[in-house]
Unconditional design. Structure first.
Length: 261
């Protein structure tokens, strides 16, 4: 690393450094998002046309430098054969705040869930006695933790976006140490995967061929269980899952007569 300048950010006045890095000095933290090949190619074309104008954000930790914002820019530069890259060095305390970044392309629910899971596992490994609800600043939403366990440990094809509205009404941060909270998260994830199996069975029964309509099945099941304009659900997590599962099993083609083309 060759430091170019030291300065303060204009909002929090925290000390920052602008530096040139050998590109091989920069590593990915274990909870980084997956690479989007299309985004990377788009960035490659933009960099070739305009140059590298936006520095990546780098955190020093345990003698290494990790990218917490700009992964796709970093990989685009690697593909272009660049040997150096410009980066802003921030304090190590920002290492686990990676979900606040992702400025190149806002990730979808599934991508955010996978990244949340990886961050959760890193925190679990480092400090298993941390209380989950005290870590709300690291995670955008507790449902992403549950979805992450479902996708990464149980069903890689779990359609998280179909369940976002429903689960946001019944899932909350847990007042448990991470080593216990992780077990509960997996139980919740398993309950969702079992619900999704019922949704898949109903989809097959209805004879539909557009998989996106599985989301409509979830929506109709929640409405059947709790009403059309439900805003809050007072039942605890597993009771709510069971009620929606039963409602899903009771759905018929008549329930979809309006709105399905």
């Amino acid at each position: 690393m060759i430091e170019i300048a030291s300065f303060e950010d204009p909002v929090k006045k925290q000390p920052l450094k602008l530096a040139i890095f050998n590109i091989d000095e920069i590593q990915r933290p274990p909870f980084q998002r997956d690479i989007s090949e299309s985004l990377k190619k788009h960035l490659e074309m933009a960099i070739e046309k305009l140059g590298f104008l936006t520095p990546i954000v780098v955190v020093p930790k345990d003698g290494n430098y990790y990218v917490i914002d700009g992964l796709h820019r970093l990989e685009a530069m690697r593909d272009l054969g660049a040997r150096e890259i410009l980066g802003i060095v921030v304090d190590e305390s920002l290492y686990h705040y990676i979900l606040e970044f992702n400025t190149e392309k806002p990730p979808n629910v599934k991508e955010k869930s996978k990244q949340t899971y990886r961050l959760y596992q890193d925190l679990l490994k480092e400090e298993p006695n941390l209380i989950e609800e005290d870590l709300f600043t690291y995670f955008k939403d507790p449902i992403l933790i549950t979805f992450g366990f479902a996708i990464e440990e149980l069903d890689t094809r779990f359609p998280a976006s179909f369940y976002e509205s429903f689960v946001s009404k019944i899932d909350h941060f847990l007042n448990l140490p991470l080593q216990e909270a992780a077990k509960e998260r997996k139980r919740r994830a398993n309950a969702l995967v079992e619900l999704n199996k019922v949704v898949n069975e109903k989809y097959a029964e209805l004879g539909w061929e557009n998989a996106l309509l599985k989301g409509e099945i979830v929506r109709k099941a929640v409405q059947k269980a709790y009403g059309v304009r439900i805003r809050t659900i007072e039942e605890e997590f597993y009771a709510a899952i069971e009620r929606v599962k039963e409602a899903c099993q009771e759905l018929t083609a008549e329930d979809f007569r309006e709105g399905i083309v």
